[in-house]
Design a protein. Structure first.
Length: 183
């Protein structure tokens, strides 16, 4: 199970807060615990930028400064419950390039394959940015890839962006799963 970027800066009060991000944490915790009980490997990624990262607005990029290395904003949200043996992946640490995907240049795809893992479930933040890129890379790398739709939220205020990302992922072969029943 890949838990993408559940960090303070993407949650309420953070520097690049995703609407309702905190709401997914209890569900993520339940899914993490269930996955762990089933013997799954839990991988948690973190956006981990130098203070002058190319993706920041003052460097000509798209985003307000966020997830600066060693800052509180870059820490995992305190309510996120990761098992002791979770793997951690950091990305976006090179000043000159962004890495939205937890599989982009991190070695994670190789590590997962070496561990005999063939299926991945992806949730976290943000649906239309790093979750999207991670799920696309995972399916492209040959993993059976599932999107935990209810355990993710989009960063873009335009409500269509999350839906568009889900459609795009489904078209790319990602299996979209609602983890809670919709009454
Ligand atoms: C992300 C914007 C900038 C994400 C990372 O984790 O989705 N979004 N950097
Ligand atoms: Zn970032």
């Amino acid at each position: 199970m890949l838990v993408v970027d559940v960090q303070n800066d993407f949650c309420a009060g953070g520097r690049l807060a995703v609407d309702d991000a905190d709401q997914i944490i209890p569900l993520l915790n339940r899914l993490i615990a269930a996955a762990r009980r089933a013997g799954a490997t839990i991988v948690a990624s973190r956006d981990w930028h130098p203070p002058d990262h190319v993706s920041f607005k003052d460097q000509g990029g798209t985003w307000p400064p966020h997830c600066v290395q060693e800052s509180t904003g870059a820490a995992f949200h305190p309510d996120l419950q990761l098992p002791e043996d979770a793997w951690e992946v950091r990305k976006g640490a090179s000043r000159n390039r962004d890495q939205y995907s937890a599989l982009d240049g991190t070695g994670l795809a190789t590590q997962l394959k070496e561990a005999g893992i063939r299926r991945v479930w992806v949730g976290g933040l943000a649906l239309d940015v790093c979750v999207r890129a991670t799920a696309l890379d995972a399916t492209e790398a040959g993993f059976e890839t599932h999107l935990l739709v209810d355990a993710t939220r989009p960063v873009n205020a335009d409500p269509g962006d999350g839906d568009a990302a889900v459609r795009e992922l489904a078209d790319a072969g990602v299996i979209t799963e609602s983890s809670v029943s919709k009454e």
